[in-house]
Structures are given as structure tokens and as C-alpha cells.
Design a protein around this ligand. Sequence first.
Ligand code: DGL
Length: 272
Amino acid sequence: MNNSAIGVFDSGVGGLTCVDELRKLMPNENIIYLGDTARIPYGTKSKHTIYSYAKQDIAFLEQHDVKMILVACGTVSSVMMSMPVFEDSTTELKSGVVLPAAHAACAATKNKRIGVIGTSATIKSGSYGKVMHEIMSDVKVVGMACPMFVPLVENGYTAKDCEPARFFANQYLEIMKREQVDTLILGCTHYPHLSELISDIMGTEVTLISSGAELAKHALKTLSYNDALCGRDCPGELELYCTDSEELFRENVQKLMDTNINAKISKCTLKF
Ligand code: DGL
């Protein structure tokens, strides 16, 4: 048993898709979340910049005595497959989104044609494709970067009938329809906030895989396996940190989170 908090980070509000699922699966766990809103987007930055941001995010969470670190950011999760972002970390339990989402997609596909949408850095890294080819050697993987999705989500343009969001989604998803994928990985944790729109364009027969939600399911398995679930019998606390305006972050959180949250929100400064 371990009553320390689960640490989660992303560049902004995207990782809340993981937090939502964590709270459904493990309502009594304490969660500490960092959204590096002052430096978002990560997905358009170089590998080296993303690597140094990730190390600072991890160091921040470790100041809070966390028992596990969840990289609820597809971009960092992709970069960490080739760069040691955890090299100075002392936290044993950690995971990114790529492996859990890749496994879920391979389990879901019937025609072995899987689409991956993500940030430019994620798609350029080929991270999801590499893992899925190891799991299923004859799978066809189609990748597409969707750089406008993160600013749309961060600014609250997520509704199914939002014209600007639909304009970009139609363009980005055209290749997925043409390639007849039956499973689509939302490889950036911001994208599930657009899932109604994405599903409307792709059709309900296409399975959408939320990378953040898959990470939460993986966290439950890992914590159980390591006998590290909390022993609390009351609802856990949620502490949210951002690196830019607290007010803006609060507005976004209230718009985007599934469950009614009663979270403490604070601004923090990362050590550069
Ligand atoms: N939510 C992030 C991801 O999963 C990144 C968005 C960004 O900062 O570009 O990739």
C-alpha cells in the first residue's frame, strides 16, 4: 500500500483526459497534475527542447513525493523513446502514453489498418508505428500531424458543430478515411476533447483510442501489480498546477473536465 500521490504532466490541459480516467478508475487516489501552460505547445518544438522541458516537469512532480509519474503527453512520450528524460529521476514507477495506446489499438483493430494522429513531433518520431509493428508485424500504420488541434482545444473550440474545428478536422482526417483505418489513435492527449467531432467525421464504426485514458488503465494495472494502491477509503484530492495564468487554466479545466472537480489550482515556477 502507498498513500503518496500519482504525478501526471502535460504541456497544458490535454493530460486531463488521463486524469479524468484515473479518477473514474481510482477515485481514492491523490493526484498532482502539472500543465506547462507557459510553454505550450511542445509538439512544434525540437527534440532537445522537449527533452529539457520534460526533465523540469519530472523534477517538479518529484518535489511532491509522488509514487508514480505519468507522462500524459504524447509528444514527451515519443521523445522519451530515444532520449533519457528520466535519467535524474528517482521514481521507479513511470509510463508514457505510447505503449498503452499502441497495445489497445492492436487489440481493437480487425482489418489491421490503424491511424495515428498527433503533434508534429510525435508523428515525426514514428513512435506509435515502431511499437505497433513490434506487436503486430503486418499492421499498416497511417500517421498524420494535426498542429491546429492543440490551439483549438486550449482555446475551448471543441464542440462538434464548431466550424473552424471541423474545417481542420476534415483536412487532417481525409487520409484516414481514404486508407480505411478501422482504429484511430488519438496520439496527443488533447485530442479526446475533440472526439465527438472526430467520430462524426470518421463514422461510429471506427474505434477511437484515447491515449490518456489508456495510460490511466495501465497505471491501475501497474499500481496493483506493485501493491502500491492507496489505502484511503475517502475520495482523493486533486491538485492542479500550471505555469501561466491560473485564471485561464481554471476556465479551461472547468470547460474540459468530465467530472465536476473540486481541485486546488495554483501557479508554479519551474526550475530552469
Ligand atoms: N498534449 C500533448 C501531446 O499529447 C501536446 C500538445 C503540445 O504541447 O503540442 O502531445
